[in-house]
Design a protein around this ligand. Structure first.
Ligand SMILES: C[S@@+](CC[C@H](N)C(=O)[O-])C[C@H]1O[C@@H](n2cnc3c(N)ncnc32)[C@H](O)[C@@H]1O
Length: 271
């Protein structure tokens, strides 16, 4: 097995283990919310940037889509069609079930993002990634190469993510530490190996399968995108925590960047 596959196989097990707990806590909540026609989870500041992409008629690939609620929201906001890809079999089953229930024009496919079939190449106007995805992925260049291949000519990649600055600060469960104190390095070549469960929805504590979390600096992200063939069109940083792990830092209002939005456009076609 190559190195990427070792990490993603472990992360798949961990996500399949966590999803039933997430579902216990919020599956019926999502069903209730989507029973309201046009429901969307997309909020400011993301909302304005998504609107700037003029979703009407657009086809979207959502990478690391989890249970699909963001993609269903983008369809409700006017996108023509969506396909979500996620490595967790359990998340994909939930997403397909809900899309069918509410007749949403999207479909969800279980796949490692590095292994999305070539049949999907060139099929999308937008590749979308949001909240807590990049850290699970062991290599950015093949990720962005895949994103570039999925896009049609001049398509865009849209990323709404936690800021790498937040990776240096203590998560909210470290109540013994000042939330503004830097406790981890910004530059971290090796992944964190975690075994504290990831039920950040239902807050159940459990020892999980080992999983791997990668810290990407802004230069890792920018340089990988540029080298693969994207042109950066927009980048903005925000003091809002979107991870739900750094609410104490956000509340301290210390002017620390905790999230960002990035839009980059396909420059060259590969192959
Ligand atoms: C934090 S969730 C994304 C959450 C989503 N933005 C939301 O709010 O529901 C991260 C997702 O990435 C998926 N994932 C992790 N590694 C992956 C990989 N190699 N390929 C595809 N999906 C992956 C996990 O299964 C999980 O559903």
């Amino acid at each position: 097995m190559d190195k990427i596959k070792i990490y993603t196989t472990a992360n798949r097990l961990a996500w399949n283990e966590a999803m039933p707990l997430h579902q216990k806590a919020n599956k019926s909540k999502w069903d209730d919310l989507f029973s309201v026609p046009g429901y969307s989870v997309i909020r400011e500041p993301e909302l304005s940037h998504i609107r700037s992409l003029n979703l009407k008629g657009k086809k979207i690939a959502h990478l690391c889509c989890n249970n699909g609620v963001e993609l269903m929201s983008l369809i409700n906001m006017g996108a023509r069609k969506g396909i979500g890809f996620d490595i967790s079999d359990v998340a994909i089953a939930e997403a397909n079930q809900r899309a069918k229930k509410f007749d949403s024009n999207c479909q969800f496919v279980q796949s490692d993002v590095y292994e999305i079939p070539k049949a999907f190449n060139g099929a999308f106007d937008i590749v979308y990634l949001s909240i807590g995805c990049l850290g699970w992925l062991p290599d950015l260049k093949p990720l962005f190469k895949k994103a570039l291949a999925l896009l049609n000519v001049s398509g865009v990649i849209f990323i709404h993510e936690s800021h790498p600055f937040a990776e240096m600060l203590p998560a909210d469960d470290r109540k013994d530490v000042n939330p503004l104190q830097i406790i981890e390095p910004y530059f971290k070549a090796e992944p964190y190996i975690e075994s504290d469960g990831i039920d950040y929805i239902g807050n159940t504590s459990y020892k999980s399968e080992p999983m791997y979390w990668f810290v990407w600096t802004l230069s890792d992200i920018f340089n990988s995108l540029i080298k693969i063939g994207f042109r950066l069109e927009h980048f903005s940083e925000y003091p809002e925590d979107i991870s739900t792990q750094h609410k104490r830092t956000e509340e301290a209002q210390a002017g620390i960047p905790l999230s960002y939005i990035l839009i980059a456009r396909k420059q060259v076609a590969l192959e």
